[in-house]
Write a new protein. Structure first.
Length: 273
């Protein structure tokens, strides 16, 4: 499935680069326009953007508390959120993005590279909109805590309840449906159509991806928005999207979240300092 498509990309890159280097000067063209190189270039750009985002997040965690955990100004929150989405979602969505390129190249090879990045832009836009909703939700929760004067124990238990609900969602039909739309082969998804626009397909894929993972990102808030927690959630999402047994990956994560959430509800003092 996914591996059968991603691994041959590097062979295509090698053959395309050799062909490019051996062309006569009159037939020379830019490396960017070479069709055999474009899928590999897409993968490289996705990984470089993700790496830069991880570096930014690690730097933020060492220099100052992230805006998502500290509840700072909306602009700072959304910058951190955007970096988190690039860091976590670009690597996990890479297989589908490359599958989209391959499908586009079958019909519009010259425009496949641009169409793919239009698809990525729309996909990222959906997660950016989700960041606005996350900020509003965080502010509402903070206001409720302040005005109701909840005790630290109750706050921890509330976080445990969020983790428990996130874990239970892993077993739900909506999760299964959305996950089926986030895995290759791309022809088995309902949002991909040869005549549909790249931007529209990117938005639809983003909606399904959001439906698949939104509670995993909500779970990051009670987990403290740490780099370690982000890495764990990234691994879970990657496993669900790329391993040949997605149900096992989803259910395993669900069990761990439910157990940890129940532990926080029953014994909140274990995480209190």
């Amino acid at each position: 499935m996914t591996g059968d498509f991603v691994l041959p990309l590097f062979g295509e890159f090698k053959r395309g680069f050799i062909a490019f280097r051996t062309r006569a000067p009159a037939e020379d063209r830019s490396l960017l326009d070479h069709p055999s190189f474009q899928p590999a270039l897409t993968l490289i750009l996705l990984m470089e953007l993700a790496f830069a985002a991880w570096v930014f997040l690690v730097w933020r965690s060492h220099t100052n508390e992230t805006a998502m955990a500290a509840g700072l100004h909306a602009t700072h929150f959304l910058v951190d959120w955007a970096a988190m989405m690039v860091a976590m979602m670009f690597p996990t969505a890479a297989a589908m993005i490359l599958a989209f390129y391959k499908a586009e190249a079958l019909h519009h090879r010259d425009a496949a590279f641009g169409s793919t990045w239009l698809f990525v832009t729309a996909y990222f836009l959906m997660w950016a909109v989700a960041g606005i909703a996350a900020y509003v939700g965080m502010r509402v929760a903070e206001s409720a805590v302040v005005h109701s004067a909840l005790s630290p124990v109750t706050v921890v238990q509330f976080g445990g309840a969020i983790l428990l609900v996130a874990g239970l969602y892993q077993f739900s039909p909506p999760k299964e449906i959305c996950l089926s739309q986030c895995r290759t082969p791309i022809d088995e998804t309902t949002w991909h159509h040869d005549k549909a626009g790249s931007f529209r397909m990117g938005l639809l894929h983003g909606i399904y991806c959001l439906g698949c993972n939104w509670l995993l990102f909500v779970a990051l808030f009670p987990l403290g928005m740490t780099i370690g927690a982000m890495a764990v959630i990234t691994v879970i999402i990657l496993a669900e999207k790329t391993l040949p047994w997605p149900t096992f990956a989803s259910y395993s994560a669900g069990v761990l979240l439910v157990l940890y959430g129940a532990l926080l509800i029953a014994s909140p003092q274990l995480t209190m300092h």
